[in-house]
Design a protein around this ligand. Structure first.
Ligand SMILES: Cc1cc2nc3c(=O)[nH]c(=O)nc-3n(C[C@H](O)[C@H](O)[C@H](O)COP(=O)(O)OP(=O)(O)OC[C@H]3O[C@@H](n4cnc5c(N)ncnc54)[C@H](O)[C@@H]3O)c2cc1C
Ligand SMILES: NC(=O)c1ccc[n+]([C@@H]2O[C@H](COP(=O)([O-])OP(=O)(O)OC[C@H]3O[C@@H](n4cnc5c(N)ncnc54)[C@H](OP(=O)(O)O)[C@@H]3O)[C@@H](O)[C@H]2O)c1
Length: 258
């Protein structure tokens, strides 16, 4: 008897069969897989599931859209994790290979969930820069916020992917946008060497941006390593910011990657 994840039993209403257009290696661990697949409309900041048949069973995981809703192909940015069942197969993909994409997107790390404020801070670790790039490539942040800052914290400088995309955002919105790279495990002459919560606690992030983080002025979106999300939320709570929930609007919107 086939199970629900057998190749023959896959629900084609839920899963769209895509084709790999390109696998781009940023480093030996970081990749973008670019995919052609018909999917339902999604909002910038949302994620879907992508999957591969491994031993005839569908193995799928959630991934954020890096492309903006109006862009093609679909793009997913991932890191290979040691012994990770899916990521170590994704890196073997070649152009034309089949890949399953869940048609309907999920998630609430979207700007329509974020209350109005003058300033928007987007704080990410590792691959979690992806949903923020999708958001930054739409019109919404520029229509709604006076200042928008993207912080990308990585271990090594070579993991600061998407430099061209970020330069494009900066060129399009020079008076509103700042990018703050953080490289925690080596010295550089351009990035902070620290963790995001410490940069908020000691005031270095605000000094670099020339702004003050306060509940009246600032909305913060956090994405990535759950320990970073937790620690940064606690740091921001000490400044009076609170979790943003639909029933109880606040200033901190989060998504954990594991
Ligand atoms: C809402 C959501 C969105 C996500 N979006 C992305 C994305 O855009 N890009 C992406 O690479 N991953 C993303 N992930 C994680 C992704 O779903 C997989 O867990 C990851 O790609 C590893 O898959 P795996 O099968 O190889 O290993 P798994 O068995 O799924 O993971 C093994 C372990 O690897 C670590 N890990 C997982 N993901 C990451 C990561 N991104 N960075 C560092 N360590 C990690 C964790 O310790 C995890 O327990 C997301 C997760 C969630 C819940
Ligand atoms: N062995 C482990 O325990 C472990 C844990 C996580 C990931 N990994 C693996 O390492 C690979 C790369 O992961 P990654 O570098 O993309 O993700 P990452 O470990 O989340 O690191 C990205 C950035 O987040 C910072 N960070 C980590 N914990 C934090 C915290 N509590 N508060 C604030 N900032 C924090 C890191 O700083 P620091 O450099 O100071 O940590 C780094 O600058 C993956 O293969 C992943 O599976 C291993």
């Amino acid at each position: 008897m086939p199970t629900s994840t057998d190749k023959d039993a896959i629900d084609r209403k839920r899963w769209s069969q895509g084709r790999v257009r390109e696998l781009h290696a940023w480093t030996d661990k970081l990749y973008s897989v670019r995919v052609d697949a018909p999917v339902q409309p999604f909002k910038a900041g949302q994620f879907t599931k992508i999957g591969l048949f491994i031993d005839d069973q569908l193995v799928s995981r959630p991934y954020s859209y890096v492309n903006a809703p109006h862009e093609e192909p679909l793009e997913f940015y991932f890191v290979t994790v040691p012994d990770g069942p899916l990521t170590n197969r994704l890196v073997e993909l070649a152009p034309g290979d089949p890949i399953e994409v869940m048609s309907k997107a999920s998630g609430f790390l979207t700007l329509d969930e974020v209350p109005q404020a003058p300033q928007l801070l987007l704080l990410s670790t590792g691959t979690a820069i992806g949903p923020f790039l999708s958001i930054l490539k739409t019109d919404q942040p520029w229509q709604r916020f006076e200042r928008v800052a993207l912080v990308h914290a990585v271990r090594l400088a070579e993991e600061l992917s998407f430099a061209e995309t970020i330069a494009g955002v900066r060129a399009a919105h020079p008076d509103k946008f700042d990018f703050v790279p953080v490289v925690s495990r080596e010295d550089t002459d351009f990035a902070f060497r620290a963790r995001i919560p410490a940069l908020i606690e000691d005031g270095r992030l605000e000094a670099r941006l020339g702004l003050t983080i306060a509940p009246q002025t600032t909305q913060v979106m956090l994405c990535g390593n759950p320990d970073m999300v937790k620690a940064t939320s606690a740091t921001l709570a000490a400044r009076g910011l609170q979790r943003n929930r639909r029933r109880e609007p606040g200033q901190i919107s989060v998504e954990n990657y594991w």
